[in-house]
Structures are given as structure tokens and as C-alpha cells.
Ligand binder design. Structure first.
Ligand code: CP
Ligand code: NVA
Length: 310
């Protein structure tokens, strides 16, 4: 049951939110995080229920949404493909009709973006993308909030993306277009970002580099992700060979800006996409990123269900 006064909105990809809405969320995340750190109770979502549907594995997304919803006073129902009719070919549209009559909010982690869009178009309540093959918008919300906490506004800055042209890369490009920064992208040949899939039209938001060192030169933030995303495990062997030069190491961090941060959405594979020296080193903010998933998602759930709380 969505609050009557709040128009139905979904968060299916990063650009579903305008710059003003994103800046509002970052400010709310700051306030909500501060309250959490001060042990102040804040339970505006009492009696509200979040359904979470996982068709892929998760540690951070599961815990951050579940703990976050409880902290806001609500409750959570967790569904997986194996123990629901989703894995037994009930149409996603029918599942959306049913679930959205019983809960106030739905978070989905699945494969094709088209699937979450079909769910949303038959849902009475807001739907949040908890990762699809194409996008991971909650993660980039947390990453930018983390950047702001450490360094201030990201507008006009340069983010180096080293690795696979995957769901995280696509989402970074969308964020750059909406918030006004630039992504320097370096991927192995055959694993490039497709701007059509990323859903960006302004070519000024990104620049492609053949060599990862060139992408990192002068960057304010260096970020990467696993070489093999969930759902692509059959390609693992060939990816291990193709990506061998796309390991973020101290040499790459050395050519970035002296105040550059390192981010990784996690889970990480030390010795593949990043060295232990970098991810466990002084420029890394990966634990803050992970924690901030919970704070930004609490702000997102508040906004979707209650509108712009001041
Ligand atoms: N970063 C992230 O989404 O982690 P999980 O796969 O553990 O949810
Ligand atoms: N690109 C990774 C992110 C995991 C959080 C994946 O899709 O598996």
C-alpha cells in the first residue's frame, strides 16, 4: 500500500532520478547516517513492508536493505528463485500483481533489465533495482555518497573505470551524465562499454582509453569490479586471460591525482582486478562504500514511500 499522497516512482536505473532528486537523497543519507551513528531511533516506515527478490547471490544488498528497513521501523520478506514460483515459470507480470498488493516496496536482483521493467510496469508499489545484468544503481548511489563524504562534490571530477564494461561501468556513465562528471573508461578489447546499453547520449560524460594507465592519469577516483560478473561464469577462463593487464595496482594509483580514492563495489578478488596493496591500502574506501549502501538505501526507501522529507 503506497502512501496516497506520493506518486508512484521506481528506481530501475540511475537516471530515473534527476540531479536535484539525487542531491536531496545524498543530504537525507547524511542525516539518516548521523542519526544511526548517534543511536537515535528514526522509524518513519513503521508498518511498511519491503519484499526482496533475489535471483542471484548477495551479501551486501541483502543485509543493507534488510537491516535498513528494520531500522526505519518496517519489515522485510525475502524471496529467492528456488523457493518461489519465479523459478517455476509463473509470469513475472503475475508475480508483480500479487506481491505488490501485499507489500509497500519491492527490491529485485535479477538478470535482464527487461525483467525488472516488466515487473515494475505491473506493480502497484515502487520497485528498486538491486542489480541487473545492465545496471547496479544502488551501488553507484553509495559510491558517490562515499566520494562526497571524503572529498566533497563529484561535479567536474574524473572517475577512472578499469576493467569490464559491465553493469557497474554502465551505471557510472549514467551517473556522470546526470551529475556532471567524466568517466575515463579502459576495458580489454571485446569488453567495451556500449553507450546504447549504458543509456547515455552525451559523449562528453566518458572517454575511452586503450591503456588503463592512461585512464587513471590525473583521476580523482579509480574504480574497478570483478572480471566475471554473476551470470557470466561460463566465460571465466577466457576472461582471466583477456583482463590480465586490467588489474588496478600501485602504478595506476601513482599516476592518478595524489588525493585519488580507490573504490570497488565488492566482492573483490585480490590479485585479479585489484592488488591487495591497493584495496587494503590508504587510498581505498571500500568498507565505507559497503556501509553506505545501507544509509543511501534508507534515504531512497524514505523518498519512494514518503516523498521529499525535509
Ligand atoms: N556490491 C554488492 O552489490 O554486493 P552483493 O553482491 O554482496 O550484494
Ligand atoms: N558486476 C558484478 C557486481 C557484483 C556486486 C556482478 O554483476 O556480479
Amino acid at each position: 500500500m503506497n502512501a496516497k499522497t506520493v506518486a508512484l516512482k521506481h528506481f530501475l536505473q540511475f537516471k530515473d532520478l534527476s540531479k536535484a532528486e539525487l542531491l536531496h537523497l545524498f543530504e537525507r543519507a547524511r542525516v539518516i547516517k548521523q542519526r544511526f551513528k548517534n543511536y537515535e531511533k528514526y522509524q518513519p516506515l513503521a508498518d511498511r513492508t519491503l519484499a526482496m527478490i533475489f535471483e542471484k547471490a548477495s551479501t551486501r544488498t541483502r543485509v543493507s536493505f534488510e537491516a535498513g528497513m528494520y531500522q526505519l521501523g518496517g519489515s522485510v520478506v525475502n524471496l529467492t528463485t528456488g523457493d518461489t514460483h519465479l523459478g517455476r515459470a509463473e509470469p513475472i507480470e503475475d508475480t508483480a500483481q500479487v506481491i505488490s498488493r501485499m507489500v509497500d516496496l519491492v527490491m529485485i536482483r535479477t538478470y535482464e533489465q527487461a525483467k525488472i521493467e516488466r515487473f515494475a510496469s505491473h506493480s502497484r508499489v515502487p520497485v528498486i533495482n538491486g542489480l541487473t545484468n545492465e545496471y547496479h544503481p544502488c551501488q553507484v548511489l553509495a559510491d558517490i555518497f562515499t566520494y562526497i563524504e571524503h572529498r566533497g562534490s563529484i561535479e567536474g571530477k574524473t572517475v577512472a573505470w578499469v576493467g569490464d564494461g559491465n553493469n557497474m561501468a554502465n551505471t557510472w556513465l549514467q551517473a556522470a551524465e546526470v551529475l556532471g562528471f567524466k568517466v575515463h573508461v579502459s576495458t580489454p578489447s571485446g569488453y567495451e562499454v556500449d553507450p546504447g546499453v549504458a543509456g547515455v547520449s552525451d559523449s562528453r560524460c566518458y572517454q575511452v582509453f586503450n591503456h588503463p594507465l592512461d585512464a587513471c592519469a590525473g583521476a580523482d577516483l579509480v574504480t574497478t569490479d570483478v572480471w566475471t560478473s554473476m551470470g557470466y561464469e561460463a566465460e571465466n577462463e577466457e576472461r582471466l586471460k583477456a583482463f590480465v593487464d586490467w588489474c588496478v595496482d600501485e602504478e595506476m594509483m601513482a599516476v592518478a591525482d595524489s588525493k585519488a580514492l580507490f573504490m570497488h563495489c565488492l566482492p573483490a578478488h585480490r590479485g585479479e582486478e585489484v592488488t591487495a596493496e591497493v584495496i587494503d591500502g590508504p587510498q581505498s574506501v571500500v568498507w565505507d562504500e559497503a556501509e553506505n549502501r545501507m544509509h543511501v538505501q534508507k534515504a531512497l526507501m524514505e523518498w519512494l514511500l514518503l516523498g521529499a522529507v525535509e
